[in-house]
Design a protein around this ligand. Structure first.
Ligand code: SF4
Length: 458
């Protein structure tokens, strides 16, 4: 497969990789592909399926507008977004890629097709550029984790040609076979593959930057209180609970309190994500808290001798698991439910922790397999279409499960009953069998039940 660690870990903004990051990238790419825009007279964006059903809660509408303006998830300033959108709305026009101003009225130029799906994926978009000489349209799909694909395009990220790497793999069995043949650990092989794409300085600087953005996100989340946007009136909890934990009377500490910090780190990230802040997609935004939380646990609580190398090994090994899940199942909640987001992030974090702590390749596989196995069948049913309930707490739980999975794997000798490849295939089949209402549509599960209860109370 041709995927890089930086395809799995992308610096972006919240609240959703498939519903915010992907649509922003697609809108910008559509216009970049249209050549000079001098004669453009307007643009229309149409959203289908899950993007239409939960797009407003996930910020898809604002992401599309920002993408049309030429903004990118990694460079847009989250603190300026509201002002940019308000200005565009006040003027009733958009500056396409910052070079051509056209009329733009949300109600007319941003269309939600809630009862229609496009054929290749539940997250479909059609963009149309209007010109006096004729309109041009193209369909894109946001296929999870910020990846996009134009209609009819292959599955390689952004249609990129495959790089020749020394340790190619499509399954965990491939990776284990390379390891058995060469004696190399999984993070060493992943590193060698990345070095076929970029120099060592670029790789290390990129990995260090990912960790730095993750750490900053946790710190902001642990300091920020208030209410999350979107209308559910959800209060941010991580900062308050963190302050309580810092001042706690240690004599009254419960035996499980050591893991409280980990779940609060994860919740801090997901509260930042829900507020539209700067996060690292890992492998999605909805599940962005798990890997940073377990990495912080590794770097601070496990007292590693060489944390810099350990963090890099963690990220490379976690990316290997994410690549396998994306290739052989999905990392999109709209495609296979939350097992593909929180379940995959848990498996990635568990594998990363085992690798950073020096576990064998078999133990890394075992940890990842445990991480997915105990999320199989988990549905995606965000209340109000917002990445808040159950997503924020779910990340806290996923982080704790990842540490438990790593601990179980490290205490064993690597032999285990279910292979990672088998559990990924099980996740794929389970996702295929799952009803559409449980796949990021907010038409089933918790989303519907809570709305019904609230209505009954009114
Ligand atoms: S329930 Fe899971 S998959 Fe769905 S939006 Fe929340 S984190 Fe993402």
């Amino acid at each position: 497969m041709d995927m890089s660690v930086f395809d799995l870990f992308k610096i972006g903004i919240g609240p959703s990789s498939s519903h915010t990051v992907g649509p922003m990238v697609a809108a910008r790419r559509f216009l970049l592909d249209q050549g000079p825009l001098d004669d453009a007279s307007g643009v229309t964006a149409e959203l289908y399926g899950s993007l239409a059903l939960t797009g407003v809660g996930h910020g898809t509408d604002t992401a599309v507008i920002l993408g049309l303006m030429g903004e990118t998830p990694q460079d847009v300033d989250p603190g300026r977004v509201d002002a940019m959108l308000a200005e565009a709305q006040r003027r009733g026009e958009l500056s396409l890629l910052g070079v051509k101003t056209v009329p733009f009225v949300r109600a007319r130029h941003l269309v939600f097709h809630k009862t229609e799906n496009l054929p290749e994926h539940p997250n479909g978009m059609r963009f149309t550029l209007h010109r006096p000489g004729g309109d041009t349209s193209r369909v894109y799909y946001s296929i999870g984790g910020g990846f996009i694909r134009a209609e009819g395009e292959g599955t390689a990220p952004d249609g990129a040609p495959a790089a020749a790497v020394p340790y190619p793999f499509d399954t965990m069995a491939d990776l284990l076979a390379h390891g058995a043949r060469t004696g190399l650990a999984i993070p060493r092989m992943l590193r060698a593959n990345e070095l076929a794409r970029m120099p060592a300085e670029q790789l290390d600087a990129g990995l260090d930057r990912i960790w730095q953005v993750m750490r900053s996100c946790i710190a902001r989340g642990l300091e920020t209180s208030g209410q999350l946007p979107g209308g559910l009136n959800v209060k941010r909890r991580a900062a308050k609970l963190w302050q309580q934990a810092q001042g706690a009377d240690r004599a009254n500490e419960l035996p499980h309190d050591a893991l409280n910090g980990v779940s609060l780190y994860a919740m801090a990230v997901n509260e930042e994500n829900a507020a539209g802040g700067r996060v690292v997609t890992a492998p999605t935004n909805g599940a962005a808290g798990i890997i940073p939380a377990v990495l912080k646990y590794y770097a601070e609580d496990c007292k590693p001798l060489d944390p810099v190398s350990g963090v890099r090994d963690f990220l490379l090994s976690a990316a290997a698991i994410g690549m396998l899940c994306k290739r052989n199942a999905s990392i999109s909640g709209a495609e296979i439910g939350c097992q593909g987001e929180v379940g995959v992030a848990c498996a990635m974090a568990a594998a990363g922790l085992v690798a950073a702590l020096g576990g064998s390749n078999a133990q890394i596989e075992n940890a990842a397999e445990i991480g997915i196995e105990h999320h199989l069948g988990m549905t995606c049913d965000p209340i109000g279409g917002l990445v808040q309930i159950p997503c924020i707490e779910r990340n806290g739980m996923g982080a704790v499960k990842a540490i438990t999975a790593a601990s179980l794997a490290l205490k064993g000798d690597g032999t285990h009953f279910v292979s990672l490849d088998d559990v990924i295939e099980t996740m794929r089949q389970t996702g295929a069998d799952m009803g559409a209402k449980y796949k990021e549509t907010s038409l089933g599960g918790l989303a519907v039940h809570v709305v019904t209860v609230n209505h009954a109370a009114c």
